[in-house]
Design a protein around this ligand. Sequence first.
Ligand code: URP
Ligand code: ZN
Ligand code: ZN
Length: 467
Amino acid sequence: MDLIIKNGTIVTSESTFKADIGVKDEKIVAIGFGLEPSDQTEIVDAEGKLVLPGAIDGHTHLAMPFGGTISSDDYFTGTRSAACGGTTTVFDFVLQGQGELMGDAINRRKVLADPDVAVDYSFHIGVCDVTKQELLDSMEDAVDMGVSSFKVFMVYDFGVDDGSFYQVLQKSTKIGALVGVHAENRDVNNVLIKQYLAEGKTDAWWHYMSKNEDVEGEADVRAINLAKMAGASLYIVHLACKQGMDAVTQARDEGFPIFAETCPQYLHFTSEVYKRERARDFVCSPPMKGKESQDALWSGIISGDISTIATDHCPFTQAEKDWGITLKDGSPGNFTTIPNGCAGIENMYPYILSEANKGRISFNKAVELCATNPAKLFGIDHLKGALRVGLDADIVIYDPNKNVTVTNDAMHGNTDHTIWEGVEVQGYPIATYSRGALVYKDGEFLGKKGAGKFIKCKPINHKTPNL
Ligand code: URP
Ligand code: ZN
Ligand code: ZN
């Protein structure tokens, strides 16, 4: 064996037990006691620590052209940061160009990602154009290439209309794909933007008001109805409102394969952040909502109606966030000219595990939400998401007694601020292994640029709310 992690407490989504883990050739080869080391075996003592599967961040935007710029973390800095927060696989978004075949879009982004990634990765495709049959049909090529999940945007200028959304849903059922959706009502959003700007309401609070609870909730309900009509499964990404949570719960109670992801920022912050001095730093879509929504999301986690947690990591610099005040050319900005997105790729596992450490959820639930369920949902559970013999040795050692106050300075991405600044977490990952290689230890990145690899997803066929 190459590595034995001894004396730790193993936490899976299902159970918690003391055992040692043996690793050879990137895989977990043994779990138990009395594992026999050879002369070459490295022994790591995890006494008093938890041993967890590496997290899978199912939603990131690395080097993404958006809002007149490019998100500040590229495939190296973003995955370096992920590794240092205990995340060993990221699902990044390929945004399809107008008229671009899905396979071409995947290859275009693989060229960027492959030389840079420090942990393993896969893709979802952000669908922007299915106006021609060959574009819609090319979804099948993506599934053959190992990309079996697609995201449809109901908002933004590159979003699609309900007809295209419906076609994508129909297609997905035939080819073994999962459709994700960014649900916000674009038309109402645009009307509200116009009204607020005409009234001189330009600051970040009005970003929230123009994408309020109802604007998101209506689109969540509509998306679920479209999925039901098409007989398709649906994954609502970054769910942030009570109305949407209620609709997901109801659809799942009725037996429909509807799944929801939420993000740590919606669980920790509320719309009150849009009253802060630098409220523009918190502008993301959907925006953080009121306390009632936050409580509903936590209830959804407890009930099992939230299936996954992901970050929606999409950082921009403060200078770019300042476009909400003054644009590059010196003209006045407003809440619509702030690039949307926040950092968080390094904070997901520490935050959720900290909530587990405080007793809000179990550690098993934290593992289920951040590792096991994303692996099952996106079709990589044959490789990742659990601690089991035969799976990739993506392992995190977690010290439940190491308390950390998050600062941007201590993060490992290419960001100049973080919404997590000053947040205290109880417990912290102290080591991360990516396929058996130590990539992070005690605050230091030890991995290598390009050491991560593209993970092919299996076709997906969720017929019931099985997660
Ligand atoms: O504000 C966000 N979430 N930016 C990234 C793009 C998206 O909608 O996920
Ligand atoms: Zn989105
Ligand atoms: Zn996103």
